[in-house]
Design a protein around this ligand. Sequence first.
Ligand code: ATP
Ligand code: MG
Length: 357
Amino acid sequence: MKFNIATIPGDGIGPEVIEETILVLNKIGEIYGHEFSFQEVLAGGIAIDKTGKPLPEETVEVCKNSDAVLLGAVGGPKWDTLPGDQRPEKALLGLRGALGLYANLRPAVLYTALKEASPLRSDIVEQGIDICVVRELTGGIYFGERGRKKEGKMGEEAYDTEAYSVGEVERIARTAFEIAMKRDKRVTSVDKANILESSRLWRSVVVEVAKDYPEVALDHMYVDNAAMQLIRYPQQFDVIVTSNMFGDILSDEASMLTGSIGMLPSASLAEGNLGMYEPIHGSAPDIAGENKANPIATILSAAMMLRYSLQLDKEAQVIEEAVIKVLEKNYRTGDIMSKGMTLVGTQEMGKLIVGEL
Ligand code: ATP
Ligand code: MG
């Protein structure tokens, strides 16, 4: 099969980690008889420098007409003094909107080879961690009505409102159940239904959607309890589905259980098969251009791309297994380095993973 992939290397370490990821995908194509056609486009700081805008129209057009988008990272100190609406990070928001990316998937996986990086107790870590947070991305309090009122009880007031429609909740819930079907068939819906009306609607819609997935076990948890349970006993979770704001917080919390920012991929999905895939880390300007960046988060993002946008489950799994094999052979980039391990650079890490496919 032939697939068109838009690549956005972006800024800082972005181009370095994308380069290794393309090598991995090309090798997968060679092994399994797929053709990946990459079209590189501009976004972020480099786009500002070359076109004056963080997200040129051409980039949006190319991404819309692709099977999937693979992004490195955007931003850096060079553009930090620009006004908010001209910053490189605006490109991400722009792409979310233009591509209709409504679901953000953030897996938090703790590899046993890297268990010393986790801040959790060793008896918890021994059991491994494999959670996927599914965050609603285009609704809720981040997009609700907001404003200021001159007169309040104690002076000027500010407000932000959370609104969710049945359709919005249904869509994200369905995504979560579909993902659970490919995993351990457990969904925890996180809300604050003891207080918030939007959470009560959320909960009732999730219960309805669950009826279409009788094989999946559903439970509900209040967000304060979920924050606590993630630290206390993360193994109780498989898929967590939650609102935009709760998901923002819980996905950061879940990812830090693994202790390795350079290892964590993410996906943002639109209706249909289109998705955007990127590492959770930023552009890491402190190590850019030094062949030090860990490319694994981006390579694992490409594996998610194969699974969720291109329906190539087997190929995705082969990439994930190659990463594990390289870790088990004790190769490490600087960010995951520990005593007795072999330190390698970005390009060596890429080659090692290609070699294990
Ligand atoms: P942003 O605002 O883009 O999120 P940030 O500075 O908050 O940027 P990162 O760019 O993710 O966050 O960097 C945080 C730290 O983690 C830095 O010290 C960086 O060098 C390190 N880091 C991030 N990604 C990687 C990676 N892939 N490999 C090695 N180190 C990394
Ligand atoms: Mg940051």
